[in-house]
Design a protein around this ligand. Structure first.
Ligand code: HEC
Ligand code: HEC
Length: 251
């Protein structure tokens, strides 16, 4: 009788309890489980079996799905050698696999999540908004990425990459997650509208035709000033020396 009662209670419980977990939850957790498997084979050697970090790579708790989507989507991760700056290259993973790993890392601790397309799609912005994006870019980004986003060298052998070929989504994610030496631009410092204006500015200057002449690395007044110094003042010196020589001979 006791056994029968126990079995009965068990059956009733089994019938009632699964109703509490929704299908959305199981979808998310099965995505994260698939991501964990991919993570263990490709990433755990540097980031640890549970993303806790090792001497070869940092802890991934709290970096968020946006960071994973950026690092894997731009082909930076998995890294080949932990010591050098990971270059961006074609990724070997499908979008689905990246989403799975991102879901797994996001399940470890909360962090910035992958943006929806309306958060970074910058079509239909007015000329004023694009100009404001240019202002924001020159104030916050051009020190490292150069005035036209073509990138530049940084101390200790690292570099800020060119932004010519970066997708809008990856620009958004890079700003929110701050890879390597790049600072994090959180929503408090820069709203989604600010980010959109920067994206619109970059796509505008990158689709502009070159009207000829030397771009001089796009460094703006620095290289133009250097050019004026060397060629302009250099030419003056040459002329002055020539005049002096001629003058002496004449005497
Ligand atoms: C050879 C070692 C190595 C492997 C393998 C590797 N990583 Fe990394 N990872 C690093 C190092 C070192 C850094 C920190 C430097 C950097 O960001 O470039 C890093 C940084 C990251 C970051 C950025 C963390 C942050 O603070 O925003 C993410 C996300 C990441 N890795 C995910 C992955 C994923 C996902 C994989 C597997 C597909 C992977 N990594 C494989 C070494 C590795
Ligand atoms: C202190 C220097 C610094 C500043 C300021 C900076 N960045 Fe970066 N940025 C970097 C570095 C370094 C990387 C490369 C990180 C890596 O390889 O992991 C990078 C990478 C990026 C990437 C990824 C490019 C790609 O194709 O993979 C984007 C997009 C980007 N930055 C946008 C911006 C924007 C927009 C701003 C201004 C709001 C900005 N950055 C400000 C240093 C900087």
């Amino acid at each position: 009788m006791l056994l029968l009662a126990l079995v009965l209670v068990g059956c009733v419980y089994a019938l009632v309890s699964p109703a509490t977990s929704s299908t959305a939850d199981t979808n998310v957790s099965s995505q994260a489980a698939a991501g964990k498997a991919i993570f263990e084979t490709n990433c755990s050697s540097c980031h640890g079996m549970n993303g806790e970090g090792t001497t070869q790579g940092p802890s991934l708790a709290g970096v968020g799905s946006a960071s994973v989507d950026f690092q894997m989507g731009t082909g930076r991760m998995p890294m080949a050698r932990p010591e050098a700056q990971a270059p961006s290259k074609r990724t070997a993973f499908t979008d689905e696999e990246i989403a799975q790993v991102a879901a797994y890392i996001a399940s470890l601790a909360p962090g910035p999540s992958i943006p929806d397309s309306e958060q970074y799609t910058a079509t239909g912005l007015s000329a004023e908004e694009i100009a404001r994006g240019g202002e924001l870019f020159r104030t916050n980004c051009s020190a490292c990425h150069a005035i036209d986003g073509r990138g530049g060298a940084l101390p200790n052998g690292s570099y800020a990459p060119s932004l010519l070929k970066t997708s809008d989504k990856h620009i958004y994610e890079a700003m929110r997650t701050g890879p390597q030496q790049m600072p994090v631009f959180s929503k408090g410092a820069m709203t989604d509208q600010d980010v959109k204006e920067i994206i619109a500015y970059l796509s505008t200057i990158h689709s502009e035709p070159n009207d000829g002449g030397f771009a001089l690395g796009g460094l703006g007044p620095i290289s133009e000033g250097l050019w004026a110094w060397i060629i302009g003042i250099g030419a003056c010196v040459v002329v002055a020396v020539w005049l002096a020589k001629k003058g002496a001979r004449a005497r």
